[in-house]
Design a protein around this ligand. Structure first.
Ligand SMILES: NC(=O)c1ccc[n+]([C@@H]2O[C@H](COP(=O)([O-])OP(=O)(O)OC[C@H]3O[C@@H](n4cnc5c(N)ncnc54)[C@H](O)[C@@H]3O)[C@@H](O)[C@H]2O)c1
Ligand SMILES: [Zn+2]
Ligand SMILES: [Zn+2]
Length: 362
C-alpha cells in the first residue's frame, strides 16, 4: 500500500510503497477514506518536535474496517470509524478517573518508535501517533477507533478526529465556558474555528476571533464569532481589553507560538483562564507577568480537547446533524495523496482551513 513517508525534518514527504502487518490481537486493519492536514503534522515535518524517523504522519482520519484481529469485539469488517490518537486502555489511573485522553498504558498507547506495524525497505517504519493516517491502510488498536453511523459522510467525520474534537473539547472540557460569558480565540485555523463554534454552542454571548488572515475572520463570523480582530494591524491584547472593558474570562491560543500564548494570558480579566491548545515548539518557554496571578488568573493546557472520544465524537456528529456544528465550513479542499506537500505549503501560508486527502481520488 502507498504512504507518505517523512525521512528527515523539512524534507518533502515521499510517496512510497510500504508493507503493513496483518491485525494481531485487539488490532484493526482500516482502509483510510480521508485524512486531514493538521498543523501538528506540520510541526513534526518542520522538526519542531523530536520524533523517530522515518515515519508516516497523519492523525485525523475516517476509515472503513477491513479486517480485525483476535479478540476484537467492538467493530467488524465494513464498519465506519473515526480514528483518534488518544488511544486508551480503560484500566490505568488516568482512564479510571475519567481522563482516557491522558492514558498512561504504554502497551496500548505505544511510545514513539515502539510500534512494529509498518515496514519500508525491509526496516521498521515509525507509526506516528499510533495511527499513521497518511497511508491507504492503517493498523491500529481497537481502542483507537470510534464506530459511527454509516450515513454520516466520511469527509465530515474526518474533521472530528482531531481539529473539531480538540477545539470544541477545549471549550467544553478544559475551560468549561459558561453560557452568557465572553470568549477570545487567537488563531482561526481548524482548531481555533472549532473553538469559536464550540463557544457559540456553549452559549457564550460574545466571541472575539483573532487572526492575521482576513478570510479566516470572515469564516469565524460564520462559525459564531461576534467580533473579529486582525492581529496584523493591531495589538490583540489592547484590542480585546478595549472591546471588553478590561479583558475576557476565557482566552484560547490555537496557534502554537510563544507570543500568542503570552497574549492569551495577558488579555484575561481577573479570574480568567487561558487555555493553550497550540503546540508551542518543543523547548520553548513562555513568559508571564507574575503579578497577574494575584488576581486569580489561570493558564492551562489541553490534550486533544480532554476527549472521551467514543462518547464525544458521536455527540459532535449529532451536533452537526442538528446544524449547530458547522463542519462544512472547515473543508477548504481535497487532495490526492501525491499532492500532500502542496497541501502543507498552503497550510503554512495560513490561507486554508482543513484540506483532506481523499484516498478514493488516487
Ligand atoms: N493540544 C492539542 O491536543 C492539539 C491538537 C491539535 C492541534 N493542536 C495545535 O493547534 C494549533 C493550531 O492547529 P491548526 O491545525 O488549527 O493550525 P492552522 O495552521 O490551520 O491555523 C493557525 C491559524 O493561526 C493564524 N495565525 C498565525 N499566526 C498568528 C498570529 N500571530 N496571530 C493571530 N493568528 C495567527 C493563521 O493565520 C491560521 O489561521 C497547532 O499548534 C497544532 O499543533 C493541538
Ligand atoms: Zn491534529
Ligand atoms: Zn489507560
Amino acid at each position: 500500500m502507498r504512504a507518505a513517508v517523512l525521512t528527515a525534518p523539512h524534507a518533502p514527504l515521499s510517496i512510497e510503497t510500504v508493507e503493513i502487518e496483518k491485525p494481531k490481537r485487539r488490532e484493526v486493519l482500516l482502509r483510510t477514506a480521508f485524512a486531514g492536514l493538521c498543523h501538528s503534522d506540520l510541526h513534526f515535518i518542520e522538526g519542531l518536535y523530536p520524533y523517530p524517523l522515518p515515519a508516516v504522519l497523519g492523525h485525523e482520519a475516517a476509515a472503513v474496517v477491513e479486517a480485525v484481529g483476535e479478540d476484537v469485539t467492538y467493530v467488524k469488517p465494513g464498519d465506519h470509524v473515526i480514528t483518534c490518537l488518544s488511544v486508551f486502555c480503560g484500566e490505568c489511573p488516568q482512564c479510571i478517573t475519567g481522563h482516557p485522553n491522558l492514558c498512561e498504558n504504554t502497551e496500548v498507547k505505544l511510545l514513539p518508535g515502539a510500534a512494529r506495524r509498518l515496514r519500508w525497505k525491509g526496516e521498521v517504519l515509525n507509526q506516528a501517533f499510533n495511527l499513521s493516517a497518511f497511508a491507504e491502510q492503517m493498523l491500529v488498536h481497537e481502542h483507537a477507533v470510534v464506530k459511527i453511523d454509516p450515513a454520516i459522510p466520511l469527509d465530515r467525520a474526518t474533521l472530528v478526529g482531531c481539529g473539531v474534537m480538540t477545539g470544541v473539547g477545549a471549550v467544553f472540557h478544559a475551560a468549561k465556558v459558561e453560557p452568557g460569558s465572553t470568549v477570545a480565540v487567537i488563531g482561526c485555523g481548524g482548531i481555533g474555528l472549532s473553538a469559536v463554534n464550540g463557544a457559540a454552542i456553549a452559549g457564550a454571548e460574545r466571541i472575539i476571533a483573532i487572526d492575521t488572515v482576513a478570510s479566516k475572520l470572515e469564516l469565524a463570523r460564520a462559525m459564531g464569532a461576534t467580533d473579529t480582530i486582525n492581529a496584523s494591524n493591531v495589538d490583540p491584547v489592547e484590542a480585546v481589553k478595549e472591546l471588553t472593558g478590561g479583558g475576557v474570562p476565557y482566552a484560547f491560543e490555537a496557534i502554537g507560538a510563544k507570543v500568542t500564548a503570552e497574549q492569551s494570558f495577558a488579555m484575561l480579566r481577573p479570574g480568567g483562564v487561558a487555555t493553550i491548545i497550540g503546540m508551542i515548539p518543543f523547548g520553548t518557554k513562555i513568559e508571564l507577568h507574575g503579578a497577574d496571578f494575584l488576581r486569580d488568573r489561570k493558564i492551562q493546557g489541553t490534550s486533544m480537547g480532554g476527549n472521551r472520544f467514543r462518547v464525544d465524537m458521536p455527540r459532535l456528529l449529532s451536533l452537526w446533524q442538528q446544524g449547530k456544528l458547522k463542519l462544512d465550513h472547515l473543508i477548504s479542499g481535497r487532495l490526492r495523496l501525491d499532492q500532500i506537500n502542496d497541501g502543507f505549503a498552503r497550510l503554512k501560508s495560513g490561507a486554508p482551513v482543513r484540506q483532506l486527502i481523499d484516498f478514493a481520488a488516487g
